[in-house]
Design a protein around this ligand. Structure first.
Ligand code: SAH
Ligand code: SF4
Length: 363
């Protein structure tokens, strides 16, 4: 059975209340110092009391929490409204602020061969409340740690799941953040494996927020990509090029920004030939930013991470094509590399030190 959202519950509880009442409820969720409905003082007392009894203030709860050795990454295994677990990550970024890496689903149906979340299969999509509350969870977490920087400046959809196959809920959560927090659209990145149907829908959707898009490319060779990303459709690369140009035309301004993500796996997609193929391919699209992600090995798979000198060589080749190549050290990459790993490992296997390894290894 579908999980009832806060808005549905509110409408069921108060069918005759004017529309602004719901907005007040949602606004209260983001009040800087509110700890519960008791603090939602803009609401009439009777409504507040009913909410205290019936409406969850937070739709996700930390079951396990991990801190990196350096103290710059925190990971939570959160349980959603039905007790199922998903992960969320808080990571220090270069500006002494935080980036939150959110999940959009529990598990993932896309089955990318190198990904731990993919290996779990698909459990369910998260509700808009559960997505939205991951940011609220980390804000509250930081509030309890005044010794840490307090500002969350960025959100990336690089946790579990494929955000574009949970389009409406992802969109709702983003709109709530844009409305009630000071995080702007250029500070939010939706990472997608390249779900073309939804990407087309996005072009026609005037209500789609002007957030950044990251396309997980992993190979500019159609056949190789089909091997590691099994959802790759025939002619995917051509269609993506075409889409990128229409995206630039329709949504084109510097806020709508595309980055290509490329997870480097030894012997799979990291050869000089494939680097040249990638360079040529990207040149033909409307964007020129590529983010290299060193592969984070996962249990039960034979894939290994491309060595540092090899990554440097790969990067050099791409630069000969005039591309803007990054290998970010402290934010998205290592979070993404840990994608889905926390919840799929048992509590005994995952120690705080392991998380430290994930956070520290990327250099
Ligand atoms: N489903 C979306 C967003 C979640 S995955 C997507 O695929 O884009 C976020 C990023 O982490 C993707 O680029 C994905 O390819 C990458 N990733 C997944 N498993 C990884 C691993 N073990 N090591 C490094 N990157 C990984
Ligand atoms: Fe799903 Fe992204 Fe993992 Fe692929 S990489 S299985 S799309 S979460």
């Amino acid at each position: 059975m579908a999980i009832q959202t806060r808005q549905e519950l509110f409408t069921a509880l108060f069918p005759t209340e004017p529309a602004f009442r719901w907005r007040q409820v949602e606004e209260a969720l983001f009040l800087p110092n509110a700890k519960g409905w008791v603090d939602a003082t803009s609401l009439p007392k009777a409504i507040r009391e009913a909410l205290m009894e019936k409406m969850p203030w937070m739709t996700c709860k930390a079951e396990r929490l991990y801190k990196s050795a350096r103290g710059d990454t925190f990971k939570a295994a959160l349980s959603g409204s039905d007790g199922k677990l998903f992960e969320s990550v808080l990571m220090a970024n270069m500006r002494d602020q935080w980036t939150v890496c959110v999940s959009s689903q529990i598990g993932c149906a896309m089955g990318c061969t190198f990904c731990a979340t993919g290996a779990m299969g698909f459990k369910r999509s998260l509700t808009a409340d559960e997505i939205m509350d991951q940011l609220r969870y980390w804000k509250e977490f930081l509030r309890g740690k005044p010794e840490l920087p307090q500002r969350i400046s960025n959100v990336v959809f690089m946790g579990m799941g494929e955000p574009l196959t949970n389009y409406q809920n992802v969109k709702k959560a983003i709109h709530a953040w844009l409305k009630y927090t000071d995080i702007g659209p250029t500070k939010i990145t939706v990472s997608t494996v390249g779900v073309l149907m939804q990407m087309e829908a996005l072009l026609k959707d005037e209500d789609w927020p002007p957030v950044r898009i990251a396309v997980s490319l992993h190979s500019a060779n159609q056949k190789r990509r089909e091997e590691i990303v099994p959802t790759t459709s025939p002619d995917f690369l051509k269609k993506l090029t075409d889409w990128s140009h229409r995206y630039a035309r329709i949504k084109g301004n510097n806020r709508h920004h595309i980055t290509y993500e490329y997870t480097l796996i030894t012997g799979v997609n990291d050869t000089p030939e494939l680097a040249h193929e990638l360079g040529k391919y990207i040149k033909g699209t409307s964007a020129s930013m590529i983010n290299l992600i060193p592969y984070n090995p996962i249990e039960g798979k034979d894939f290994t991470r491309t060595s540092k000198p090899h990554i440097a060589e790969f990067k050099k080749i791409l630069e000969t094509y005039g591309l803007n190549v990054t290998q970010r050290k402290t934010m998205g990459d290592d979070i993404a590399a840990a994608c889905g790993q926390l919840v799929t490992e048992s509590a005994s296997q995952t120690s705080a030190r392991d998380v430290g390894r994930i956070a520290l290894d990327v250099s």
